[in-house]
Design a protein around this ligand. Structure first.
Ligand code: 6R9
Length: 657
């Protein structure tokens, strides 16, 4: 427990336990949670075997619940079983209830929302699956999806799953170069994209970015272009095809490909502490179960609820909580194309009132930004449909938590601070709405099947009991754990499983307080979290170094009131480069926007003579972090620096910036 933590326990709101007002929660007390968690660890075969049978539909039942584990990196769940993710997300609901709304598409302009029923979703998924097949895509091939937040993006994802092709969704805020690297790494054979995108009233040149990326992606044979705006975009004959012209040729039913439980479902690239982004690979059954089970228990999803996750489908949160989790349960899911401040900062609250949203899921950075703009935007909207408010992506500070709880939840909703990662597939530390009293800023307790451990970072010894701080790890495998890094299992082992043998290493620091509650302290590696987007220092540094004037650079994360962290870059220029520093700083920002994407742009750039390095040449980012945080009086030991005098110069530079 740290002195700044807000240790006040907020009990489950009485309204949630009153069955006259709300559906009865699946887990109704702390004792019931404890008992279920105990069962999930003591008898995982029974616990998850039952859950997988209840939540998923199988074309062939599994015979073995689990095999392998963290020590050897051979995790496998639901062996011998066969199922199809698109069947689970679409067919079975379309058969039972074709007119039920699957997707509420809330377009960038507020008056353009559209509903898609399960029946319609099934027809569209089948047709796009047919298009993929017609373009030669087979089970096991990889397909890139670079699309804005339109229903066709969800259709594209499910169409890949239907024929057993792995999708690799690349967030449409990534630059052409970032897209190219991801397409090349997975040797994608086809890209699904759109002419343009719309976000906050601005136009995104999706197709042009794809064209740029494809200048050096020989693996890509076809590009399918969906019309979002109808703009006249260049089409390369023999490679580019219009979505609507392709789709109408295809039948509106195509049988789902039976997939083995452990067949890959998708890859999603994410940043780690070193090297290029990793293609995190998730498999079919375990991932789907994790996503759906957490929608059920963490969001306490009941039939009839309207589920709204504000993330982009380009991130894991969108995969699990816009697409796979809610659709597996047959829910109505909201697809929000815009931003929280467009056309006004009341957009979220109008959205909730308009669609009678019951579960609402967003990130601390959005909550902080909206809180800053004033309470007047949230007041006066009918938010009475809400039951559960979720947050994800970074630690939430108590001020933002209280604002969310008081102004949005009016003290009558559960706040679920859900901790998880691209690699974990679904929530691993989180409250349950009807069962767990919360503390503002704490992700609280482990989900079912998660055996947490806090380790001493140096010795790797498990820190037992309460009131401990160390690195967060998980002691056994769980169904939705990522199985490998695409094409590089060694890297998977080295990043996650070898640092502390027998454990999955999260890369986050954490404390367990005197009540046994978990507090996430942020990354212990060189990963920077800007508005919940993971970026590695290495990625940004290599973008900067591509600039012809740059000799060397060091990037760090600095605290930021709105985005959580922001990027500060220290740049040494090549000898003899003459420059006007403001122009060059601008050029360098443009460089990062171009290589990675706008969201990775450094907030500050310091042009410096030298960087702090050890005699062996290792960059001491820790020192730069301290200087920027105005903690130059506690730099620690700088005697190992090759040239300790650089520190003075850096302090002066930052002070005058
Ligand atoms: C889902 C997602 C993962 C990293 C993770 C941690 C941070 C996510 C958090 C949180 C504190 C929470 N993180 N949720 N930190 N409290 N509730 O964000 O996946 O993009 O892979 O990022 O995000 O640092 O390690 P991903």
């Amino acid at each position: 427990m740290s002195a700044e933590d807000d240790n006040t326990l907020h009990p489950v709101p009485a309204r949630l336990l009153n069955t006259a007002e709300c559906p009865e929660p699946f887990v109704k007390s702390y004792e019931q949670y404890k008992e279920m968690h105990r069962q999930s660890l003591e008898n995982p075969n029974e616990f998850f075997g039952k859950m997988a049978t209840e939540i998923l539909s199988w074309s062939k039942p599994f015979t073995t619940v689990q095999h392998g584990g963290l020590l050897h990196g051979d995790t496998a769940w639901f062996l011998d079983g066969q199922l199809n993710a698109s069947y689970n997300c679409v067919d079975r609901h379309a058969i039972a209830n074709p007119d039920k709304i699957a997707i509420i598409y809330e377009a960038d302009e507020p008056n353009q929302s559209e509903n898609i029923t399960y029946g319609e979703l099934l027809r569209q998924v089948c047709q796009v699956a047919g298009v993929l097949r017609a373009h030669g895509i087979r089970k096991g091939d990889t397909v890139a999806i670079y699309m804005p937040m339109i229903p066709e993006a969800v259709v594209a994802i499910l169409a890949c799953a239907r024929i057993g092709a792995l999708h690799s969704v690349v967030f449409a805020g990534f630059s052409a170069e970032a897209l190219r690297d991801r397409v090349q790494d997975a040797a994608c054979r086809l890209i699904l994209t759109s002419d343009q995108g719309k976000r906050g009233g601005k136009t995104v040149e999706t197709k042009r970015i794809v064209d740029d990326a494809l200048k050096s992606c020989p693996s890509v044979e076809s590009v399918i272009v969906c019309q979002r705006t109808g703009a006249d975009v260049p089409m390369t004959p023999g490679r580019d095809y219009w979505w609507n012209e392709e789709v109408i040729k295809r039948m509106t039913y195509l049988s789902p490909e039976p997939m083995n439980s452990e067949d890959p479902l998708f890859l999603l690239y994410t940043s780690g502490s070193t090297g290029t982004p990793k293609g995190v690979l998730h498999t079919t059954a375990g991932y789907l179960l994790g996503a759906a089970a957490t929608v059920k228990y963490v969001f306490d999803y009941h039939p009839g609820d309207i589920f709204a996750c504000m993330a982009d489908v380009g991130w894991i949160t969108g995969h699990s909580y816009i697409v796979y989790g809610p659709l597996t349960l047959g829910a109505t899911t909201v697809l929000f194309e815009s931003i929280p401040t467009y056309p006004t900062p009341a957009r979220y609250w109008e959205l909730i009132a308009k669609h009678k949203i019951t579960q609402f899921y967003t990130a601390p950075t959005a909550i902080r930004a909206l809180r800053r703009l004033g309470d007047q935007w949230v007041e006066g909207h009918d938010l009475s449909s809400l039951r559960v408010l979720g947050t994800v992506g970074e630690p939430i500070n108590p001020e933002a938590w209280h604002w969310y709880n008081d102004k949005v939840g009016k003290g009558r909703c559960a706040i679920v601070d859900t901790y998880w990662q691209t690699e974990t597939g679904s929530h691993i530390v989180t409250p349950l709405p009807g069962a767990i009293a919360t503390k503002p800023g704490s992700a609280t307790v482990p989900f079912f099947g998660i055996e947490l451990a806090i380790l001493d970072p140096v010795t790797g010894k498990e820190l037992i009991g309460n009131d401990v701080t160390g690195v967060l790890a998980v002691k056994r495998s769980w169904p939705s754990l990522a199985r490998t890094v695409y094409g590089n299992h060694q890297r998977y082992m080295e990043t996650y499983l070898k640092p502390y043998p027998g454990y999955y290493f999260t890369g986050d620091g954490a404390s367990r307080d005197n009540d046994g509650y978990i507090w996430i302290r942020g990354r212990v590696d060189d990963v920077i979290n800007v508005s919940g987007h993971r970026l590695s220092t290495a990625e940004i540094e290599s973008a900067l170094i591509m600039h012809h004037s740059v000799a060397e650079t060091a990037v760090i994360g600095a605290a930021d009131d709105v985005t959580g962290q922001c990027i500060h870059a220290f740049v040494c220029l090549k000898p003899g480069v003459s420059h006007h520093s403001t122009d060059l700083s601008k050029e360098l920002v443009v460089q990062v926007r171009k290589v990675i994407g706008p969201f990775a742009a450094p907030k500050k750039i310091y042009l410096v003579e030298d960087l702090p390095k050890t005699r062996s040449g290792k960059l001491m980012r820790r020192i730069l972090r301290k200087i920027v945080a105005d903690e130059s009086d506690s730099l620690g030991d700088i005697s190992t620096l090759a040239d300790p005098s650089v520190v003075e110069a850096l302090i002066a530079k930052v002070a005058n910036a």
